[in-house]
Ligand binder design. Sequence first.
Ligand SMILES: CNc1ncnc2c1ncn2[C@@H]1O[C@H](COP(=O)(O)O)[C@@H](O)[C@H]1O
Length: 347
Amino acid sequence: MSQPIDITLTRALPKVELHAHLTGSISRECLHQIWLQKKTKDPAFEMDDPMTAIPKAADGSIDVFSFFPIFDKYIYALVSDEKSIRFATTAVLQDFQDDGVRYLELRTTPRAIPAVGINEEDYVAIVLQAMSDYALSNERLHAKLILSIDRKNTLGEAFKVVHLALKYRHLGIVGIDLCGNPARRPISHLQAAFAEAHAQGLPITLHFAEIAQTDSHELEEMLSWNPQRLGHVIHVPEELRATIREKKLGLELCLSCNVLTGLSEGGFAAHHFGEWWRAGVPVALSTDDVGIFEASLSGEYLLAARHFGLGREQLLELSKGAVDTIFGGQEEKERMLGLIEEFWPRA
Ligand SMILES: CNc1ncnc2c1ncn2[C@@H]1O[C@H](COP(=O)(O)O)[C@@H](O)[C@H]1O
């Protein structure tokens, strides 16, 4: 008898996670522990407990306007020194591993914390060190890093991100991302940094069409930056859908994030996953910010199965299609395909 498609099965399925923001992936429990450590050390420490300070996505209390300030006004102020960045990074890796993720491309925006003498390069080095320490005793999860450029960055800041990615490529940096509040425009000034990444052979992924736009100029421009993958891909005009299909760009689709924030309308059954999946474009189901949305990757696979009628064969196809879009190279692809086949040999 075939195994039912339930959370036990989607958790056990070896998965790749390709769109996970480090800071947004820190669980409330982990943030709470950091908060407790700081509060115990300094009773005058004034921040509110993250358990109450961070709104719950499941209550419908997070939308695209209230989402970004959660980082700028709260989490960055709490995870604000080497110890807490290391602690949080390790906990995030552990959470993904526990959820059955076997290959992870975590992404993060290099940030300076002048109050404790941390610059952008120090930040990247701290995250990479935590990842490398974790790998020493956890062979099941292979984790790589993507560095994000925020829409609000200047061109100089964006170049710094690209140069850091190139400098630390040998330690597992596999690509460059464009993230940040999609309402922030324009982004043309960042083009030269992405051109440099492309010229140096650094794969590019872009947050794409998260919100509806009056014209498609920005989206056309982004497609000209030679991305290999696109994230979210919600409000795409028909003529650009054809380009995405033709180029077979890998799509990082985040069901819970989009539905819970109202970025996409009509609930799970109306999510654009269905359309892209039917079009045969490679899709990597992803969590985006599992700490905030509290929706695990195994849960996303289950949602896709339930709302789009995916059976065993389709889940197998979906998992393998995602593997095809990773930035980490052929060896990692073969390892993942081997794990998936081992888990679910073709009948
Ligand atoms: C709706 N989803 C999203 N769209 C766009 N950008 C997002 C995002 N979710 C997270 N970020 C970006 O990732 C940063 C936090 O992680 P890191 O500090 O980089 O690890 C946020 O500040 C935001 O710029």
